[in-house]
Design a protein around this ligand. Structure first.
Ligand code: PGA
Length: 263
């Protein structure tokens, strides 16, 4: 099912598998059209299936990453890439270690043993020098965060150090032995970095994302729900499964907004 609402294109698909396949097809399309694409990449449970599909396309000889440049959205403060909880480790495991991305074109805002302010400033400069991201992949937190841009009184523009929300620490504790082990701070691209991306794909699956999905599309644009800023971007595609899209679809129905086509 497809809905166009303001400048946002929304696909509501059957399940996580369909979401992952659709997102992977769009990423592959981007790379086929522009082999030296700059991709903004996300971590977490949501994009795992998408990475699986991309790896398979590469193995089948249908996708070449050799000219692609990547910028990851975020990384826990101070974790080194060989720590299995780091997003550098996640990316190596789910994508980079299995495709032919050139390691010199991989960027992750790692701060282990480094000055955090310098890491943030350098990350912004590198993104800018690349003339911004062609295609940014995003998940969404149950609190509406994108990257680790947590609900706040203002939008942070550039790459910055973040104190993670209690809700995020709780949500991410499933990857750790216990909540206490979750790092309390992270480095994240800012809202300007994300908004300067030429195209954005936001993915979500599961009923726990339903409230945030509805609020990001129909609620006010507010730093209290960071994803809502995407209402101001002119090329956003959302791919959500039926559970994540349920509340939004119900709200559309109440407003008399109908779906445009079946997908
Ligand atoms: P998740 O996280 O994919 O693990 O649900 C998404 C996010 O926090 O952006």
């Amino acid at each position: 099912m497809k809905i166009n609402y303001n400048s946002i294109q929304i696909f509501v698909v059957e399940d996580e598998q369909a979401m992952s396949k659709k997102a992977a097809n769009m990423v592959a399309g981007q790379i086929h059209l522009k082999s030296d694409s700059i991709l903004g990449l996300a971590t977490g449970s949501t994009p795992e299936g998408m990475y699986k599909n991309l790896v398979q396309m590469h193995r089948d000889g249908d996708l070449d990453f050799s000219d692609v440049t990547t910028f990851n959205l975020d990384e826990y403060e101070g974790l080194s890439p060989d720590n299995c909880h780091s997003y550098a480790w996640y990316m190596d495991h789910h994508l980079f270690g299995q495709v032919n991305v050139n390691e010199y074109r991989i960027h992750i805002p790692m701060s282990s043993g480094l000055d955090v302010d310098a890491v943030c400033a350098r990350y912004d400069k590198l993104i800018e020098e690349s003339h911004n991201i062609d295609l940014q992949i995003l998940g969404i937190g149950t609190n509406g965060h994108i990257g680790f841009n947590e609900p706040d009184v203002k939008f942070e523009a550039g790459t910055h150090l973040v104190s993670l929300d209690e809700e995020t620490i709780e949500a991410n504790s499933r990857f750790f032995e216990s909540t206490i082990d979750v790092p309390k701070r992270a480095i994240s691209m800012g809202i300007r970095n994300i908004m300067h991306a030429k195209k954005v794909i936001l993915m979500a699956n599961g009923a726990n994302k339903g409230k945030a999905i509805k609020a990001m599309v129909l609620g006010p644009v507010t730093p209290e729900l960071p994803a809502s800023v995407l209402q101001l971007h002119n090329d956003v595609t959302m791919i959500v499964d039926k559970s994540a899209g349920k509340l939004l679809l119900e709200a559309f129905n109440q407003k008399g907004i109908t779906t445009l086509s079946k997908v």
